[in-house]
Design a protein around this ligand. Structure first.
Ligand SMILES: [Zn+2]
Length: 183
């Protein structure tokens, strides 16, 4: 549900909510060490470094003092709108943002990146997660494409457009160890 005092009909598609099993998966952050990152709208695994707000309020978010945010583009734009209205300050924000998209959703465009840069003055990395919360692909910090989880190919059979693969050596090793294989 939108927390804005106005609605933007038709701007956002009605989409299915991520499943409760998403709580099995933690946020992976593109940089190490991970800053304190508030996760918005995705019920990922919560821990002190990554407070998770499936739904969030101004008060909750402000008191979490996040240094970075991760969530859908919709949630991040809502945060930006509330900051512009000076309802929300979030002075602690200082690390790159993570936008979580789903397979089949459009990838973040150049104009999305530009818009988020204008609003937050922070770089943005994209992650693609299944509705079960599993990390399928993540934008490389080299900005030269995406890395794919080992079990992503099974899900890539869906007739959707996947981003360019990055061929560098960088990868989220911990996630690769953790990711359960698709049987
Ligand atoms: Zn790479």
């Amino acid at each position: 549900m939108s927390i804005l005092p106005f609605s933007l009909p038709g701007l956002w598609r009605q989409t299915e909510s991520p499943a409760a099993t998403a709580a099995l998966h933690r946020l992976e952050y593109p940089l190490d060490p991970m800053p304190r990152t508030a996760v918005l709208g995705w019920p990922l695994r919560s821990d002190p470094r990554t407070p998770v707000f499936e739904t969030w309020s101004v008060k909750q978010l402000e008191s979490a003092r996040p240094q970075a945010l991760a969530g859908s583009l919709k949630d991040l734009i809502e945060v930006a709108a509330l900051r512009e209205m000076r309802v929300l300050k979030l002075r602690s924000l200082s690390y790159p943002l993570v936008v979580i998209t789903r397979p089949g959703e459009p990838r973040l465009s150049e104009s999305d990146h530009d818009r988020l840069w204008r609003l937050f003055r922070l770089p943005v990395f994209e992650q693609i997660r299944g509705l079960d919360g599993r990390l399928l692909a993540w934008e490389c910090e080299s900005r030269d494409g995406f890395h794919f989880a080992p079990d992503a190919p099974a899900q890539m059979a869906a007739p959707i457009e996947w981003p360019k693969q990055c061929n560098c050596e960088l990868a989220l090793a911990s996630e690769l160890d953790e990711a359960p294989r698709v049987r």
